[in-house]
Structures are given as C-alpha cells and as structure tokens.
Design a protein around this ligand. Structure first.
Ligand code: HEC
Length: 148
C-alpha cells in the first residue's frame, strides 16, 4: 500500500490515542480484533433478525450493548503509520478521505444506538429493521474503505 502523507499535527488532533500501541502492527492487530468482535456480536443479532436462530430478546439486548462499546474501539488505531502494514485491509482512501471515514464511523455508532433501543423493546420487527440499517452502514464503509 502506498505511503500517504498526512500533516502530523492534524493526525495528533484526530487520533490522540495512537501512542498507546508499541508498533503499527500492534495497532492493526488491535483494530482487526475489534472488527472481529463487531462481526461476531452483530452476526448474532443478524442471525436472529433473519430467523436463523430463535429470537431471544434478552440475548439480543445483551449483544446490542456489547456492540455499542465495540463499535467505538477501532478508530484510534488508524494512524498514518498503519497505512503500510502488510496484512491490513484498509484502503488508502481511509487516509485520503479521513473526514468521510470518520463520518462513516459515526454513522455506524448512531445506527447501533438505535439498534440498542430496538433490541430492548423485545419486538422482533423493530430488531429486524434496526439490524438492516446497521448492516447498511457496515457495508457502506467497507465498500469505500476496505479491500475485498
Ligand atoms: C467506518 C468504516 C467501517 C465501518 C462502519 C465498519 N467497518 Fe468493518 N472494517 C473497516 C476497515 C477499514 C477494515 C479493515 C481493517 C484492517 O484490516 O486494517 C474492517 C474490517 C472488518 C472485518 C475484518 C477483521 C479482520 O480480522 O481482518 C470485519 C469482520 C468487519 N470489519 C466487520 C464489520 C461489521 C460487522 C461492521 C458493522 C457492524 C463494520 N465492520 C463496520 C471499516 C469499517
């Protein structure tokens, strides 16, 4: 992946937590872990919404609560120095279009907040609708910012 120049000062403001990682590889490992958790907790909700597993309102609410925490985790790891880590699937567009990337991250957090509310109603129809909306925001970001 091509190395991209982003003014250092802007990154320091945008990503204050990047200093917590020993190396760019560690930062990528952390974000892949966070996305993996996102995939598994969202997957459980999606399976209920699609009728692949029985709807369990309590379990749905628990998964939505975990998801609401996990969706906040990856974004402190996208320092410029991680753009060249070999096993990262993040596209160069992440660094070229950081405001759009952040907007996509915030969009997901908004959808997951609604998903949390929907899951707590215990109403499968509401869960289905919110799962659908959440999935759209996962997909929109992946289409633009993640390699296939
Ligand atoms: C703001 C953008 C964005 C949103 C929103 C987003 N993702 Fe991702 N996702 C990424 C990027 C970028 C990567 C690649 C990270 C890397 O390899 O460095 C990724 C990677 C992943 C991975 C692969 C992890 C691995 O082990 O390599 C999974 C699974 C995943 N995302 C699931 C989800 C799910 C589920 C949602 C919605 C609930 C979601 N993502 C929402 C940007 C996003």
């Amino acid at each position: 992946m091509k190395f991209l120049l982003v003014p250092l000062a802007a990154l320091a403001i945008a990503l204050p937590a990047q200093a917590q990682f020993k190396s760019p590889e560690d930062a990528v490992k952390y974000r892949k872990s966070a996305f993996t958790l996102m995939g598994s907790h969202f997957g459980r909700l999606a399976a209920m919404a699609q009728g692949k597993v029985p709807f369990d309102a309590k379990l749905a609410a628990e998964n939505a609560d975990v998801l609401a925490v996990v969706v906040k985790l990856p974004y402190s790891t996208f320092g410029e120095e991680t753009a060249t880590v070999a096993n990262s699937e993040a596209k160069p567009e992440v660094w070229k279009e950081m405001p759009a990337f952040k907007a996509a991250a915030e969009k997901l957090q908004g959808e997951v907040a609604k998903l949390q509310v929907a899951a707590k109603t215990g109403d499968l129809a509401q869960l289905k609708a919110a799962v659908g909306q959440t999935f759209q925001s996962c997909k929109a970001c992946h289409d633009k910012f993640k390699e296939k």
